[in-house]
Design a binder for this molecule. Structure first.
Ligand code: GRF
Length: 192
């Protein structure tokens, strides 16, 4: 399966997918990386690995739908079968999500349905959580709300901070996302 990844910054999850896909037995190849920020560090990693890249800023488009039409044009040009959101910090329009529904997945740094939105590690600490983690889920129109494909869990220790949780959850993200994408690419996980 041909996989495109949408990023906004560092792109360490995208890099984990690229590394996993080096295995000839892996059921997907990363064929393109799109960023809504031209300066995203992840684009440099993708280029260095011979992967097609593209970027566009929403500021150059009249509205969300027009921006998403541009993303769709890029993905269609790459002949992407599956789209992975990996730290992509723009909310996608209903039309775009509907068009890619069942073919688009996201990684979120919490055990959904807990702690949707931003600052999930701060939210977990504020809630006094004893367990935390990350989720790969299908993207549906409601934010961070689609059915779960896979989760990874970590314990929360009394002295944990946002920083320590960020670091330990990220290690799990880098294992979970390639495993979940493989399930999707093999047809072992399906939406609906
Ligand atoms: C990850 O924690 C991801 O779950 C969240 O944003 C972060 C992106 O990190 N949505 P990276 O760009 O993949 O390094």
């Amino acid at each position: 399966k041909r996989v495109a990844v949408l990023i906004s910054g560092r792109g360490s999850n995208m890099a984990a997918l690229v590394e996993a896909a080096r295995d000839p037995d892996y059921p997907a190849e990363i064929i393109g990386v799109f960023s809504n920020k031209a300066e995203a560090a992840g684009l440099d990693f993708a280029r260095a690995n011979g992967i097609a890249t593209a970027s566009a800023s929403h500021r150059d488009f009249s509205d969300r739908a027009a921006f998403d039409t541009e993303i769709d044009r890029v993905l269609t040009g790459w002949q992407a079968d599956i789209v992975c959101l990996a730290g992509f910090m723009r909310i996608l329009s209903l039309g775009f999500v509907t068009r890619w529904q069942g073919r688009m997945i996201n990684i979120h740094p919490s055990l959904l349905p807990l702690y949707k939105g931003l600052d999930t590690h701060g939210q977990a600490l504020a809630a006094g959580a004893t367990e935390h983690g990350c989720t790969v889920h299908w993207v549906t129109p409601a934010l961070d709300d689609g059915p779960t494909i896979a989760q990874a869990r970590i314990p929360v220790y009394p002295d944990d901070t946002r920083e320590t949780l960020t670091q330990r959850v990220l290690v799990e993200e880098h294992r979970l996302y390639p495993a979940a994408l493989a399930m999707v690419a093999r047809g072992e996980a399906r939406l609906g």
